[in-house]
Design a protein around this ligand. Structure first.
Ligand code: BTN
Length: 274
């Protein structure tokens, strides 16, 4: 099914503005790197870079991102949000909710969002997001929103070290006892439409509904978590909700505080409360 992602198919499937300006390559280093370059050279808002395979896919915090030809949906969307930096969580929340909804609509699989940047199915990672920004006059002028979704990967396609923690739509379909016939171009178009529908909310206008969706789709709220920060320190507590900027409200010794940037290192099951 490696011919399900190409420029012609995407152009035919796109329904809104996002994605009408498009760069497709059979192989690329990183769609985010290409999109950052294109954005710096005047790409219009809503431009998309996608590829059948990345040879240098980048993850968060300097990690690499696994790719295999024909198996993933990997793309970068260029936005010009003009947003206060403290509100960047709204962008990630919007991307996560929009992508989760699109995947569930198309496949029927129960996708949830593991704050801040992952999509998961029953605890296994289905997708990751990497948002890279460029500032102008102390505001986020450009956001390159990179999303990678494991679509057609079989168990055997996954590197050994990812087999326990990662999944794909094909693997989950198999688990659910059905084959998921999925066209990556159509999935991309659906995700772009869902993002576009929420874009005002992602820019901070009328964000209540988006925050309600983020709450509903969260894999994290109510759970005890260990959050790791970029400097290697950690904090433990219970994830209680999201504030108006989509920062995670963590109940920890000393009080409840908003966490804007971090990564969940451990997600513990809810303990029975006696
Ligand atoms: C993570 O889980 O650490 C984030 C992974 C982000 C991967 C996507 S794939 C499309 C875009 N291009 C990249 O090089 N990275 C992002």
């Amino acid at each position: 099914m490696a011919d399900d992602l190409n420029a012609e198919r995407i152009e035919a499937a796109v329904t809104g503005t996002f994605g009408t300006s498009l760069r497709y390559a059979d192989e690329i280093g990183s769609t985010n790197t290409e999109a950052l370059d294109w954005a710096a050279n005047g790409a219009p808002e809503g431009s998309v870079v996608t590829s059948d395979h990345q040879t240098g896919g980048r993850g968060r915090w300097g990690r690499t991102w696994f790719s295999a030809p024909g198996k993933l949906l990997q793309f970068s969307l260029i936005l010009r949000p003009d947003l206060e930096p403290s509100r960047h969580g709204l962008l990630t929340a919007g991307l996560g909710v929009a992508s989760a909804r699109a995947v569930t609509d198309v496949t029927g699989l129960p996708v949830s969002v593991k704050w801040p940047n992952d999509l998961v199915i029953e605890g296994r990672k289905l997708a990751g997001m990497l948002v890279e920004t460029a500032m102008e006059r102390d505001r986020i002028a450009t956001a390159v929103c990179g999303i990678g979704i494991n679509v057609h990967l079989d168990e055997a396609d996954l590197p050994e070290e990812l087999r326990d923690s990662a999944t794909s739509l094909a693997i989950e379909g198999e688990r659910a006892g059905r084959k998921i016939a999925l066209d990556r171009s159509e999935l991309l178009a659906r995700i772009l439409a869902e993002i576009e529908r929420r874009y005002d909310a992602m820019k901070g206008t009328g964000s209540d509904e988006l925050l309600a969706e983020a709450t509903e789709l969260s894999a994290v709220l109510g759970r005890e978590v260990v959050i790791r920060f970029a400097d290697g320190t950690t904090i433990e507590g219970r994830a209680r909700g999201f504030d108006r900027d989509a920062a995670l409200l963590l109940e920890a010794p000393g009080g409840t505080r908003p966490i804007h940037v971090g990564e969940i290192e451990q997600l513990r099951p809810v303990r029975d409360v006696l």
